[in-house]
Design a binder for this molecule. Structure first.
Ligand SMILES: *Cc1c(COP(=O)(O)O)cnc(C)c1O
Length: 507
């Protein structure tokens, strides 16, 4: 029974119905939200960095069902302040040193706003020519800033695309590599394909392998060691490949990381590409976090040899002042992606596509609909310029160096792995704990550092996270939140020292 027949076509609300996109009301409410966010950034330092709420806190504060009648924006903003902010972990706080940064900026935010405001769905060129063309242009701009080889740029026969996340970028490149090989050896050989990374490679690779239908037994996480600073050793990769070849498997794909998530280790790009080339494998370089630093000439040596790779990606939403989400992926052979991912339904047929003179980005990604992400990257690049962007990155690296100096001055602590970018991994030394615990058992040392981090984060004054590498529990201090300054770095260290003092007295 249709609603019209039963007389419920349009219900009588208590207020008159406003068009949900009324321009003047948009202006009024939009200004209120900007004011709300400007105040938020002004005061963000005052909130506990890591949210201190308990699971389920929100359902005790909000109604059981959606409102029948409209509510004013004023009330809603009030509820955001009262009920949502307590459950926010403040990634934009200058005292945020956890995971990797999610560095926001005015340009990143405003670019996102323009993109959201225009609200176009640029799946192919004709669906919004500017969205596609701007994306191709900024990807070439950015690629040049990183000194990527010409072969990765549109101007050199390759090209770049903006994806949501690194997980998607890795999946797309893996599917492209997979289909290239399966087209030669036959679809049935999928069970023989092997994927390689190190034990430090992001789980994005394993997830992509699963989705791509790779036999879970054919995923190789080559062990790394402290002696080569947790990088993937080319010789270890090659011996894994050789032993797979002897049992008839097909080496397909290797993911090398520049700046691993746990410790910012760097895999030797050039030598790994040389190994992969001997077995005709696809090489993807995952520089999700550290890629941004490569706009500074002094960091570019970390991708020496990249001309031997097939694809390269970084997250501009991590350390490049571009609000979430914005993963930049460059490929040498766009056709490999397109062959694997293109679709050609009647409803999307158009002259531009048939002319072969345009890029249809729907064929470079998983989904059909796509956001106008190039807008915000364009605003970031233009608003700050290459010189300022380099200096911002360098200032974060210098803050991390400063923190590293503070750690090294306190003999109770050690820096666990070399600092490559703007992250310091450190811990309280067994000797410092041993004096009071009368014990140097590694498990106890790890437990001590775990408790230390918990007490640091419970202060709400700073937020750091941890990882375990080579059996060692370490605390990660990642500088890079846009509002962070030296006084925040000093505060962070004094919180760590205070908590350490308390724990050493107690034990
Ligand atoms: C953050 C990170 C990822 C995952 O990024 P998403 O964009 O969240 O998928 C992958 N690899 C590395 C090295 C990372 O640091």
């Amino acid at each position: 029974m249709g609603s019209l027949e039963s007389g419920h076509g349009i219900e009588n609300g208590s207020t008159h119905m406003l068009n949900p996109l009324d321009p003047e009301e948009f202006r009024r409410q939009g200004h209120m939200i900007i004011d709300f966010l400007a105040d938020y950034y002004k005061n963000v330092e005052k909130y506990p960095v890591r949210s201190q709420v308990e699971p389920g806190y929100l359902s005790t504060r909000l109604p059981d069902s959606a409102p029948l009648d409209p509510e004013p924006i004023e009330t809603i903003i009030q509820d955001v302040e009262n009920h949502i902010l307590p459950g926010i972990t403040h990634w934009q706080s200058p005292n945020y040193f956890a995971h990797f940064p999610s560095s926001g900026s005015i340009a990143g935010f405003l670019g996102e706003m323009v993109s959201t405001g225009l609200n176009v769905v640029g799946f192919n060129w004709v669906s919004s020519p500017a969205a596609t063309e701007l994306e191709s242009i900024v990807m070439d701009w950015f690629g040049k800033m990183l000194q990527l080889p010409e072969s990765f740029l549109f101007s050199g026969g390759g090209g770049g695309v903006l994806q949501g996340t690194t997980c998607e970028a890795i999946l797309c490149t893996l599917i492209a590599a997979r289909d290239q090989v399966l087209n030669q050896v036959g679809r049935g050989s999928i069970v023989k394909l092997v994927i390689y990374g190190s034990d430090q490679t992001h789980f994005a690779l394993q997830k992509a392998a699963r989705i791509a239908g790779i036999n879970p037994e054919n995923f190789r996480a080559v062990p790394t060691t402290k002696s080569n600073e947790y990088g993937l050793a080319p010789a270890a990769l090659e011996s894994a490949i050789l032993s797979d070849l002897t049992v008839g498997l097909i080496p397909l794909f290797v993911c090398a990381t520049v700046g691993t998530t746990s410790s910012t280790a760097v895999d030797p790009v050039g030598p790994l590409c040389n190994v992969a080339k001997r077995y005709s494998m696809w090489v993807h370089i995952d520089a999700a976090y550290a890629g941004s630093a490569l706009i500074c000439p002094e960091f570019q040596h970390f991708i020496d040899g990249i001309e031997g790779a097939n694809s390269f990606s970084l997250n501009a939403h991590k350390w490049f002042f571009t609000n979430l989400d914005c993963c930049c992926l460059w490929v040498k052979d766009p056709n490999a992606l397109i062959k694997a991912l293109s679709t050609n339904p009647e409803c999307l047929r158009n002259k531009a596509t048939e002319s072969n003179r345009v890029v249809d980005y729907k064929d470079w990604q998983i989904q059909l609909s796509r956001r106008f992400r190039a807008m915000k990257l364009w605003l970031v690049l233009r608003s700050y310029g290459i010189v300022n962007l380099r200096n911002l990155i360098r200032s974060h690296v210098d803050m991390a160096k400063h923190f590293e100096g503070l750690v090294r001055m306190d003999k109770r602590f050690e820096v666990v792995v070399p600092r490559n970018f703007a992250m310091v991994c450190y811990r309280v030394l067994p000797s410092a704990i041993g004096d009071s615990l009368k014990c140097c058992d590694e498990k106890l040392v790890n437990e001590f550092n775990r408790k230390l981090l918990a007490s640091v984060n419970e202060t709400g004054r700073v937020y750091m996270t941890h990882d375990v590498i080579g059996g060692v529990y370490m605390i990660r201090f990642a500088a890079g939140a846009t509002l962070t300054d030296y006084r925040h770095v000093n505060l962070a260290w004094s919180v760590v020292q205070d908590c350490t003092n308390v724990m050493l007295i107690k034990s």
